[in-house]
Design a protein around this ligand. Structure first.
Ligand code: ZN
Ligand code: ZN
Length: 362
């Protein structure tokens, strides 16, 4: 663990506090990912639980502009390049890559010698659909904890993609369609980037393609995709993989794809109970969030003496950090799971607590 930054000046209040509207920076008079409408909001990323409509003015990282506008339409938006600084009422603000989805950012705030970082959602393993997570030194780190239990340990994504492509190839050989479920923003594009287009055509649900377009417009290379409605030749379904949000599994699409092998890609697929309840042929463990080693590694690399845990499995992570001698606490937020970003309820319940049978390491 790197040595901490010099101690913050005494008598400087907290740079981020919780208000009914959301996380608030008192000296700067702005909010970060507020859940109620506010005059000024910094948005860490465009998932629906972090980026809501109705704010007076928005600030986000430049690569996130397209996806944020695809979600929220015509908003008053200012963007910052990663690492660029601005001053808001004396608070120095900059945005740094969080490695979660396109345009995702950690928010760095500096005021009177004190540095705070709000992580938003983050993932430490790099992938080619967004800028890789960057560690930022700070006095206080406000971290997410979606997968903040020691049971969550991801395998390298290259291994998971080999498994997914093998499943697809096997279905082609057996002459049945492949239905791959993943959240429409972020997960779907990451899946696309890992699918092998040599196996067959890649068909996407209508909820997914507008986000693909926003990614391509930002220069992220994705394989060619067909919209579901563009497929006229029925024989093609038997070679195709169809990428759709979990909510689509029970929709009209399932009739066209009768006999398909279905699978879901999510960190929750590590839980036997979640796999069972989802009732799918396969569950691929692939997450856009940090696993337990990723979380504790990222927290350690900030050098922060104080850590505020939000958004997930706060209690276990707080206790672990306290045992390491850090000033750790939790802060309640209204953030949910990426499931909230799809139109109807997901196959896997959002942010569910693991069942006791899931608690042992797999
Ligand atoms: Zn997110
Ligand atoms: Zn989130």
């Amino acid at each position: 663990m790197p040595p901490p930054l010099p101690s913050a000046a005494a008598a400087v209040g907290d740079l981020v506090v919780r208000r009914p509207e959301g996380l608030y920076c008192p000296p700067g008079d702005f909010y970060i990912d507020p859940w109620r409408a506010v005059p000024r909001a910094i948005i860490t990323h465009a998932h629906a639980d972090h980026a809501r409509g109705g704010h007076g003015a928005y600030l986000c990282a430049a690569p996130g502009e397209g996806v944020l506008r695809a979600r929220l339409g015509d908003i008053r938006l200012q963007t910052l390049a990663y690492g660029q600084t601005i001053h808001v009422q004396g608070v120095t603000v900059s945005l740094h890559p969080a490695g979660h989805v396109l345009g995702s950012a950690q928010v760095r705030l500096a005021w009177r010698g004190q540095v705070w970082v709000v992580s938003g959602d983050y993932k430490t393993e790099p992938d080619r659909t967004c800028a890789p997570f960057e560690s930022v030194r700070c006095h206080c780190f406000i971290t997410e904890s979606t997968f903040g239990l020691p049971i969550y340990r991801w395998r390298p994504s290259a291994e998971v993609f080999a498994e997914i492509n093998g499943w697809w190839q096997g279905n082609v050989a057996a002459g049945r369609p492949s239905l791959l479920l993943g959240y429409s923003f972020g997960k779907a594009q990451r899946l696309l980037a890992g699918l092998d287009p040599a196996i067959g055509p890649i068909v996407v649900h209508s909820a997914v393609e507008p986000l693909n377009e926003a990614y391509r417009a930002e220069g992220v290379a994705l394989p060619p995709t067909l919209r579901f409605s563009e497929v006229k030749d029925k024989a093609l379904w038997r070679q195709a993989v169809v990428l759709a949000p979990p909510s689509a599994a029970r929709g009209p699409m399932s009739r066209t794809l009768s006999g398909a092998s279905d699978a879901m890609a999510s960190g929750w697929m590590q839980l036997r109970g979640a796999r069972r309840r989802a009732g799918l042929d396969r569950g691929f463990v692939l997450s856009d969030h940090a696993d337990w080693p990723g979380l504790v590694g990222a927290i350690g690399a900030t050098g922060a003496e104080r850590v505020i845990v939000t958004h997930g499995q706060e209690a276990v992570l707080v206790r672990w950090l306290q045992e390491q001698g850090l000033d750790a606490s939790s802060m309640e937020t209204d953030y949910g799971d990426e499931a909230a970003n799809d139109t109807t309820d997901a196959v896997v319940p959002a942010a569910e607590a693991p069942a006791p049978s899931d608690q042992q390491a797999p």
